[in-house]
Design a protein around this ligand. Structure first.
Ligand code: AMP
Ligand code: ZN
Ligand code: FE
Ligand code: FE
Length: 286
């Protein structure tokens, strides 16, 4: 029977609702051959996921997802096989988390001005490491200020809304170079979810490939079969690897299931094997 994988998931270390160990347990229960934990801007869930993987005999790829900034908007970069302890990466991510914290303080102050009183303690209760707008949205809903998290984003937290503040973030080229230099396999996350002017994605891919990008997320819960086919052509043209993942967030994105995404995601094991083969050819450990 064909085996499947999921190379993009989130835990309570960022804005997922399953603990890192629970993410790994779920992958095992779903009979996934491989799962990658790719929390936003943190490595703090990786040790727990690695230990759960060893206990359950489940292959776990250590990863993280970094939001970068372009002139058009944010571009997400996933690092796979990131070092669990690396001073440079850890301090870069700690800096981003500090930036998040500064931004969250501004958001809460603005919300208070608007008559929505939530405290940082209430927000922090929903994550162990990287704090973001989804956690604020959760508290706004819990306290009855909004009916749903979507409403929190559309009324207050989304771009252009009264409590929106941009987040300081690095550029994509720099991020790709740093991750590549430390031996990670660097993948452009959900390329067709990023809001870019027409024709711009190929330029970005070409630039990032020159900086050490190894792959594109060809399969993702929010990309359809036609989009995946188009991305696969781009992968071949630039001599990259295909990657794929659901972007599972537990109850924070209830429509997305690990492995199968919105129902029809099936990422075969050979996608992982091709990534491994590329790493071996680059002389990188697996
Ligand atoms: P942050 O990292 O704090 O900027 O928050 C970004 C996260 O918020 C994204 O990863 C999405 O999961 C989530 N998000 C963004 N827009 C919305 C929305 N309209 N509804 C629900 N979640 C959203
Ligand atoms: Zn997220
Ligand atoms: Fe993302
Ligand atoms: Fe993600």
């Amino acid at each position: 029977m064909e085996k499947y994988i999921d190379l993009h998931t989130h835990s309570t270390a960022s804005d997922g609702t399953d603990t890192p160990a629970a993410v790994v347990e779920k992958a095992k229960a779903l009979d996934l051959a491989v799962v990658a934990l790719t929390d936003h801007d943190t490595l703090s869930g990786l040790a727990e996921a690695r230990e759960a993987g060893a206990d359950l005999d489940q292959i776990v790829v250590p990863g993280c997802e970094i939001s970068t900034r372009t002139d058009y908007g944010s571009l997400h970069i996933v690092g796979l096989w990131v070092p669990e302890t690396n001073e440079k990466l850890a301090s870069m991510l700690a800096h981003f988390r500090q930036e998040r914290q500064r931004r969250n303080d501004k958001i809460l102050a603005k919300l208070r001005e608007l008559g929505l009183n939530i405290s940082m303690e209430e927000v922090l209760a929903h994550t162990t490491s990287a704090v973001g707008r989804p956690h604020i949205a959760t508290v706004l809903k819990e306290k009855g200020y909004v009916q749903s998290k979507e409403e929190a984003f559309s009324k207050y937290l989304g771009a252009g809304c009264p409590a929106y503040f941009p987040k300081a973030a690095p550029g994509p080229e720099e991020t790709v170079r740093i991750l590549n230099d430390m031996g990670a396999t660097v993948v452009l996350a959900h390329p067709l979810l990023q809001v870019l002017p027409d024709g711009c994605l190929e330029n970005i891919v070409s630039n990032l490939a020159a900086c050490g990008l190894s792959g594109l997320e060809v399969w993702h819960s929010a990309q359809n079969a036609e989009q995946s086919a188009w991305l696969l052509k781009l992968v071949k043209k630039y001599n990259l690897c295909a990657s794929g993942g659901s972007d599972y967030h537990g109850a924070n994105k209830p429509r997305i299931e690990m492995g199968t995404g919105c129902g029809n995601l099936h990422i075969p094991l050979n996608v992982y094997e091709n990534l491994l083969a590329r790493r071996k050819a680059q002389g990188l450990h697996c």
